[in-house]
Write a protein that binds this ligand. Sequence first.
Ligand code: FAD
Length: 476
Amino acid sequence: TSVIVWFRNDLRLADHAALAAAVKADAKIFPVYILEDTVAGGRKLGGASKWWLDKSLKSLRSAISQRGGKLICRKGDAEKVLHDLVSETGADAVFWGRRYTQPEMDRDADIKKALQDEGIEAESFNTCLLTEPWSYQTTSGGYYKVFTPYWRAVRSSFEAPDPVQAPETFAGIGINGDEIESWELHPSKPDWSKGFDDMWTPGEEGAQERLQSFLDGPVREYEEMRNRPDQDGTSGLSPHLHHGEISPATVWRAVMGRINRGLQEEESAWSFLSEIVWREFSYVLIYHNPKMGRENYDSKFNKMEWRSNKKDLELWQKGKTGYPIVDAGMRQLWATGWMHNRVRMIVASLLTKHLLLNWTEGEDWFWDTLVDADPASNAAGWQWTAGSGADASPYFRVFNPITQGQKFDQTGAYVRRWCPELKKLPNKHLHAPWEAGRHVLEKAGIELGKTYPRPIIEHRQGRQRALDAWETLKGK
Ligand code: FAD
């Protein structure tokens, strides 16, 4: 038998259920990647995601060619491409990993039906989650809308299955395909990706290395350090997990292995696993609320009177709000395609509260600029911060960007790294430069309004405007 394995957000060979099923069937495996016009959530790929995809596909291509095969790359409508490939390869079956967003799920169902109508076996598998969004139900029978009970349920019952076998050989040589290079996923004119190269190694090996170096150190102090953008306290696994270069079960098993071998800092490891499960929870939410990617989970927010202000949006995007922790985060995002979670919350709060701009404007920007841009986690993260989400932080909780900076970037290393023009300010004033006296500013070589902006809106004023908008919304 011959099987086409259609790769999507599972760009790896290890622990891949669709590949394992083909191995089990003792089939000749034709590995395929199809570049579709729209991806998860029916959107176009963002620029940073394209950068990642380019490298990740090349890494997969090379792993497959080392096993004697060829990653067949095609562009276009997946149903048509698969139809053509079935006849070109003579395959009896097509296997793939499931997706959980709309319109992709409907599309996959149509593809499955079309293949089956042609007498081809079509089967889908779980390749990118620990458990699928319908696996856990509350005692009353619905899905979990609150994270903590969901996490308790997973923690107490989930056991990662044994890893499944990767194929030793592949087919595909002789079948026509595009060169990945011809897709021009890598940015040109200008090529803004230098900072990305410095930080990331897309692909399966890069993912394994990330996991290893996290387990060798930061996992022990994760609980304490995960909120500190001035420390390397988190795993940096998010783009690898998003593109499926490592399975979450592999991560789970590796961490559980440490716990079972008597890791002293056991609670720290559990706290890390709970974040892995936040990713799962985002998928539970979006699966059960397919419109959540673009629309308020809590429909009360449909009546929120968001401002529309292009200039403020641009200052936020460019990291010129005058709040150092926010600007540092936005510049880190632009330079590396990633931002620390604590800072994501702070910048999202500033956009939706102080600036009173709709969370979808921020989500769009993140979608384009994050290497881990994910339809479920991004929408869930934005809606959580904006207050419109399931189990969200209430809208009236407005982060103070000054005290957040002082608390979580205690050393000031984060702001100094991304806003070098503030480097010489003493810690005391680093997160509120406008409060420093003229003499201090002069000594640090800062001219407010010129070398570094004044705050886009005064904190108390922004906070009050947000609270007023909330009161108006409540009364509607
Ligand atoms: P670690 O702390 O090492 O966590 C391990 C893994 O757990 C991460 O790789 C990630 O897969 C998962 N995870 C951690 N925190 C969360 C969370 N809050 N929600 C869901 N999964 C989580 N994450 C994305 O993967 N893609 C996004 O598009 C995305 N957008 C976000 C937008 C906003 C406004 C906010 C507040 C958060 C967003 N997150 C998103 C969640 C989180 O910020 C990142 O997953 C995390 O910063 C990635 O860094 P890490 O791999 O070092 O995380």
